[in-house]
Design a protein around this ligand. Structure first.
Ligand code: S3P
Length: 231
């Protein structure tokens, strides 16, 4: 029994050494498990369908309240990916909340800032980017996302969206429209854009961010034709 345990620990240790050896530029963290996951993502991203030698980013798209930010944080926690929360970054740059930007400078100005920021995301590899709910509606934005990474559509039912956002006042498009029929009609209008942009679609209703992340990674592996390894 003890022999078996020691044997399995030794194999795990050898496995870790192998992972480190095959990814020399990784950041070796104290948390070995996280490091291995990070390297797995990296390895898998290196065998990429676009034939480029780089670690792809993951662009999370979908309607307001789909859980893009929570899933971004989970990708950071589980896979050590650096996250970019587009709305938060725009707020920081503009020194204004999204609602204020819409009110003072207008929606068109905000959309320009979104496009500008997306353009910058190509300068780094392996980012988890939580896009604002309207980012995938512009063709040029989608072109940038597709060029630099995987576009993951988090699909969510209107009822779930409503439950998640009903007490929030940070989304100008829903101010005065905070009801299920309005949310349903806006999702219907946007769905074709989300679907067209998506490399991967994950249903989020009733799933935790951790479960969603696992599904995203499973789907990425399928896309890249490297089945078998479990994360
Ligand atoms: C918007 C979604 C919001 C924010 C802005 C506009 C949209 O982001 O970018 O209020 O057009 O759907 P979240 O999807 O993160 O709420």
């Amino acid at each position: 029994m003890a022999g078996l345990l020691i044997g399995s620990l030794y194999r795990k240790y050898q496995g870790l050494l192998h992972e480190y050896a095959t990814a020399p530029d990784c950041i070796i963290r104290k948390d070995a498990e996280l490091t291995v996951r990070r390297i797995r993502y990296k390895k898998q991203a290196l065998t990429d369908r676009k034939g480029k030698d780089r670690m792809h980013s993951i662009y999370l798209i979908g309607f307001m309240g789909a859980g893009k930010s929570a899933v971004g944080r989970e990708l950071q926690r589980s896979f050590g990916m650096k996250t970019v929360e587009m709305d938060a970054l725009i707020e920081e740059r503009e020194q204004m909340s999204i609602s204020e930007i819409f009110r003072v400078k207008g929606e068109a100005y905000f959309r320009e800032r979104e496009t500008e920021l997306l353009g910058e995301t190509g300068s780094e590899e392996g980012l988890a980017i939580s896009c604002g709910g309207g980012a995938a509606l512009r063709e040029e934005n989608v072109a940038v996302m597709k060029h630099h990474g995987y576009v993951v559509y988090l699909e969510t039912r209107p009822e779930t969206v409503y439950e998640r956002v009903k007490n929030s006042h940070s989304r100008p498009l829903l101010e005065g429209n905070m009801n299920i029929p309005y949310i349903t009609s806006l999702i219907q209008k946007r769905r074709p854009f989300y679907e067209k942009a998506a490399d991967i679609t994950v249903r989020t209703d009733g799933q935790s961010p951790e479960e969603i992340c696992r599904e995203i990674m499973k789907e990425i592996r399928k896309t890249e034709g490297t089945p078998g390894e479990s994360i």
